[in-house]
Design a protein around this ligand. Structure first.
Ligand SMILES: [Zn+2]
Length: 372
């Protein structure tokens, strides 16, 4: 049964407020703004060094481009999420995380809804209560953009090089789980005052990967259950609003960030313009971690992720911003931290989160009113 549970959000908020210990700190809110050096900064410095020609030069956005997002604060968000331990669907860590995030987004002016659904645990068959978290800014605006990430973590570090850790270890998913959430949290700080032509919904998907893997049985469990539920609900119960675009953030926290253009997003005619537009925004800002090319080869660079249900079921043109090489080896290859106990905050960077957040925020600001 599909339920909408918008009221539950308020109940949860009270639980969080009363418990106190669960409050997510506003680390860095009042601290000094960390400024990253971008090539735009370098260009601006070079232009200034060339002499007093600025009054003759055409005014462009670049010389003043400076990332307003706070990487230290974004990194603190990521660390705080990881301190909860596993946030696999149905766990205590997930429940605590959900309560923290409801309060976090409400404090930043969002209307928050929990979209609840039930799934069967892949090992025990028992019911697992799940909920996508939806945070809406300017909910009355019908022309909207969806920014999303998954907020559950894989139940076990089942690709860890140590066989025992694969069965008994703890997977905190700093990059694969917390990074997308932390980047969205940092963006949320700017949404109440942003002058946008669109409404923004952030959706955190549950049950992206309540999946178990071992060498004998292979994989048990299904991927993307939260985004499939969300997409089917949007298709079957059309809301008054429409999503113009969907942008998924996943694994965006790597210290050595390199964001190639994901190939499903590039191959579909309805989503390709979205990818090109976001990567153009990055180029304008001088954020070189957005690399304007895709992997080559027959299958490389096609990444199955939550953007597929959004695009294929809900018909929301959606792309995936993801660095599949963490730190520099593809999924499942030796040296990759993906689904291992090395996916920890120490292997992530607040600077990466701030850069991704900046590009997404500037891209949002660049959207023009829809032509009727
Ligand atoms: Zn994963």
């Amino acid at each position: 049964m599909k339920t909408r549970a918008s009221r539950l959000a308020f109940g949860l908020t009270h639980i969080v407020l009363c418990s106190g210990a669960l409050l997510l700190g506003h680390a860095g809110c009042n601290g000094s703004e960390r400024q990253s050096t971008t090539s735009a900064d370098v260009a601006a410095a070079a232009a200034a060094a060339e002499g007093n020609q600025s009054d003759q030069m055409p005014v462009t956005a670049r010389p003043t481009a400076e990332n307003p997002l706070n990487g230290e604060r974004a990194f603190a968000y990521l660390s705080q999420l990881c301190k909860l331990g596993s946030r696999a669907s149905g766990t205590r860590g997930m429940t605590r995380q959900r309560a923290m995030l409801v309060k976090f987004f409400e404090d930043r002016g969002a209307e928050v809804e929990l979209q609840e659904f039930l799934i069967a645990h892949p090992l025990t068959g028992k019911r697992v209560r799940c909920a996508n978290l939806i945070a809406r800014w300017h909910p009355e605006t019908t022309d909207r953009v969806l920014l999303c990430a998954h907020y559950d973590t894989r139940p076990l570090p089942d690709r860890d090089p140590n066989p025992r850790r694969r069965r008994e270890g703890t997977f905190v998913g700093a990059n694969d789980g917390a990074s997308g959430v932390a980047a969205l949290m940092e963006i949320a700080n700017y949404l109440p005052d942003a002058d946008l032509e669109v409404g923004v919904d952030m959706v955190l998907f549950d049950a992206e990967e309540l999946v178990y893997f071992d060498g004998f049985r292979g994989e048990r469990g299904e991927y993307f259950l939260g985004s499939i539920f969300f997409a089917e609900d949007y298709r079957d119960n059309p809301p008054p609003h429409q999503y113009r675009w969907g942008v998924l953030l996943d694994m965006v926290g790597d210290t050595d960030l390199e964001l190639l253009q994901e190939r499903y997003s590039m191959s579909w005619p309805d989503t390709r313009p979205l990818v090109l537009d976001i990567w153009r925004t990055a180029a304008r800002l001088g954020v070189e971690e957005f690399v304007p090319r895709s992997k080559s080869g027959p299958v490389e660079g096609f990444i199955k992720d939550d953007h597929l249900p959004l695009r294929n079921i809900a018909r929301i043109p959606s792309c995936d911003i993801i660095d599949a090489e963490y730190p520099d080896a593809p999924f499942g290859h030796p040296g990759s931290y993906w689904h291992t106990e090395k996916d920890i905050p120490a292997n992530c960077s607040g600077d990466s989160l701030a850069k991704v957040g900046w590009v997404v925020l500037e891209w949002l600001k660049s959207l023009q009113p829809k032509q009727q």
